[in-house]
Design a protein around this ligand. Sequence first.
Ligand SMILES: [Mg+2]
Length: 290
Amino acid sequence: MRKGSIFLHFMMFQFTQTRKMTNAFSTLKDQQQVWQSQESLADVFHMVVEVPRWSNAKMEIATKDPLNPIKQDVKKGKLRYVANLFPYKGYIWNYGAIPQTWEDPGHSDEHTGCCGDNDPIDVCEIGSKVCARGEIIRVKVLGILAMIDEGETDWKVIAINVDDPDAANYHDISDVERLKPGYLEATVDWFRRYKVPDGKPENEFAFNAEFKNKEFAVDIIKNTHDYWKALVTKKTDGKGISCMNTTVSESPFKCDPDAAKAIVDALPPPCESACALPMDVDKWFHHQKN
Ligand SMILES: [Mg+2]
């Protein structure tokens, strides 16, 4: 965990459409000013990058830790890496989440019939740049896939970095089909099989694994923002989720910035050895036929 990047996660879950954005972080102030001078950005949201494209470490926002830092998932005492599913290498997009959203595990989704996975909504960012872990980017939402992971709803938003040189050519999910042929099919294939190397079953999808369009995606994101609002204002019991924050005035979990800084300062220094990957991370996993 890097001290330098944890600061960015104070903004965990914060809804990012400009007109609702009220945070005081210097890292976002400039963006806010830019946004306020523009109209019709209803499809643009912030994304916290958890996993850079082509990497394997399963990094995620630790919702139960104070201030929700990004940490590597640990399973049976070992750091977790996703396998390289043939023909892919690691994650095939920059992968992360939209802050200020929550897939409520107490709410059955009207489309999937399954409850939420208890995490912020996931994003697959399809632009050219390989982002850095902890980076916060603005993304244009293009569509969404309804994954069902062991009986839980786990939406996957498809989006592109607004700073991508080709971003202006992407308006909806059909543009991804046209301009990046095979990418959406690969995305379904990846999500279907990525837990198989760990001995888990294939994941399933609602809507026959078809992607829904931008309008549908924005609706789902707004729903997950409403669930987050209920969580951070204590109308819903988060059962262990830390809602500590420095910016949401109506939240009973709001804390003093100095208290937040003390938590960050008390963390151990960045772990350099995290860069040394185990040898088997490079292995290619072939889906064997029986
Ligand atoms: Mg999820």
